[in-house]
Design a protein around this ligand. Structure first.
Ligand SMILES: *Cc1c(COP(=O)(O)O)cnc(C)c1O
Length: 428
């Protein structure tokens, strides 16, 4: 796209946007009686207007059938989760049998580490990013301790001095340096702070070459960027559905396990009855016999009400299609970067540093702004003017214009507000 920092350009881009009608399918939060500029779809995606009727269907079936709803509901609860793999596998680039929707993200991360972090005396380390999302840090820390290892089992990779993102070459050299002692390489596919998209294919290849397994937390990647988990040979991954996937607060999570591991009944697991072979599940016998798909990692029967919201959201993804969403997401974040760069040029000094990579392959929807001047004041004005964004101490504003419901005009407005604040005299 040939960006221009004008309202006309933004409005024209919106008119020509093939996805523009999707905005109508969501409730846009109101601020001061107007549509907000909602830029926190990376934290909690907006509610599809269809969610209510999807949940109502299950409430009606529960009222009408009681326990018989397991088999007689319109979408029988017994097999409710089975409606997801066909659609969700397209979002993460997997085979349907490699995907299951279950639990919450951190729970799934633990369950997958039970199977895929199997340290030995020689090979016990986990290579991960420094300052990973806290829940991931705690999961890693306690998994390591659970196996009787100490903190030296955790090898963290940080950006170089003065940089904000990781270099693939640095990740590869750390993997190589620990190649005889590493059990698992585990990263966030998209960093929650910087918005950087990692080169998951290359990292997976390097992990395997070192004799380790490789997994990704895709909380900020699923529904945001193009993923090809199966082709990249990623061993396992998990994600939440309430960020880019709009499935509601605390919504169900997804998990992926590569096909090559699905039939491996010797993998350790923390099992439950819903992972047991369906044919003999209700014989209630002892002796766990896992389903030979990702479903074999399930513990419990499906949380149908929260899955109904997920179904409403996933149906919209199916209609829009990931390729179109990915393309528009990158255009929106590219437009935002263009506007911020222009602001720096026109200010005669750098007022904002974009810490998200500018290369298309290394970014999705999110743009993280390190405010070099008057950050708090800018953020406060943004909030007052109806922008919903995210502030991280000491001075980072994270914004995510998402393709399903954000517009180029939102991005332009955002830039205008910052420009107006910086054009006024500093308050103190
Ligand atoms: C959002 C997020 C989580 C949240 O975990 P829950 O178990 O869903 O509460 C965990 N890890 C990462 C990387 C996240 O971005």
């Amino acid at each position: 796209m040939n960006y221009q920092n004008t309202l006309e350009f933004a409005q024209q881009a919106d008119q020509q946007d093939a996805l523009r009608e999707f905005r109508q399918r969501f409730f846009i939060p109101q601020v001061n009686g107007k549509d907000s500029i909602y830029f926190t779809g990376n934290s909690l995606g907006l509610q599809p207007k269809t969610v209510q009727s999807y949940i109502q269907q299950e409430l009606n079936d529960w009222a009408q059938y009681g326990v018989e709803g397991h088999f007689h509901a319109k979408n029988p609860w017994f097999s409710y989760h089975e409606i997801f793999p066909a659609q969700v596998s397209k979002i993460v680039g997997a085979l349907p049998e490699e995907v299951v929707v279950m639990n919450q993200l951190t729970v799934n991360l633990h369950l997958l580490m039970v199977s895929f972090y199997r340290p030995t005396k020689e090979r016990y380390k986990i290579i991960c990013e420094a300052k990973a999302f806290p829940s991931d840090q705690y999961a890693i820390e306690t998994q390591v301790a659970f196996h009787g290892f100490s903190k030296d089992a955790i090898v963290e990779i940080a950006p170089r001095e003065g940089e904000h993102t990781l270099r693939t070459e640095d990740i590869l050299s750390v993997i190589d340096a620990h190649k005889d002692s590493t059990a698992l390489v585990l990263f966030g596919g998209v960093n929650y702070y910087s918005g950087q998209v990692l080169d998951m294919r290359t990292i997976t290849e390097a992990a395997h070459k070192a004799g380790a397994l490789c997994g990704f937390d895709l909380a900020h990647a699923a529904g945001n960027i193009e993923l090809k988990l199966h082709d990249w040979q990623v061993d396992f991954a998990c994600w939440c559905s309430y960020k880019y996937m709009n499935s509601g607060p605390g919504g169900v999570s997804g998990a992926y396990i590569h096909q090559q591991h699905l039939n491996n009944k010797t993998l350790p697991r923390f099992a439950g009855w819903w992972g047991h072979t369906k044919e003999t599940r209700f014989q209630m016998k002892s002796g766990f016999d896992p389903i030979p798909t990702a479903e074999g990692w399930q513990l419990s029967n499906a949380p149908v009400l929260s899955m109904a919201a997920h179904k409403a959201a996933v149906d919209i993804f199916d209609e829009a299609g990931m390729p179109a969403l990915v393309m528009k997401g990158k255009q929106l974040s590219g437009y935002l970067q263009f506007i911020l760069n222009e602001m720096n040029e026109q200010s005669g000094q750098k007022v904002v540093e974009v810490i998200t990579p500018s290369e298309e392959a290394a970014r999705g929807c999110q743009v993280s702004l390190l405010m070099l001047v008057r950050g708090k004041e800018v953020f406060k004005t943004l909030m007052d003017r109806g922008v919903i964004a995210d502030w991280r101490e000491p001075n980072v504003i994270r914004v995510a214009p998402v393709p399903l419901y954000n517009r180029f005009e939102d991005v332009w407005q955002f830039g205008q507000i910052i420009k107006e604040v910086l054009a006024t005299a500093a308050v103190s």
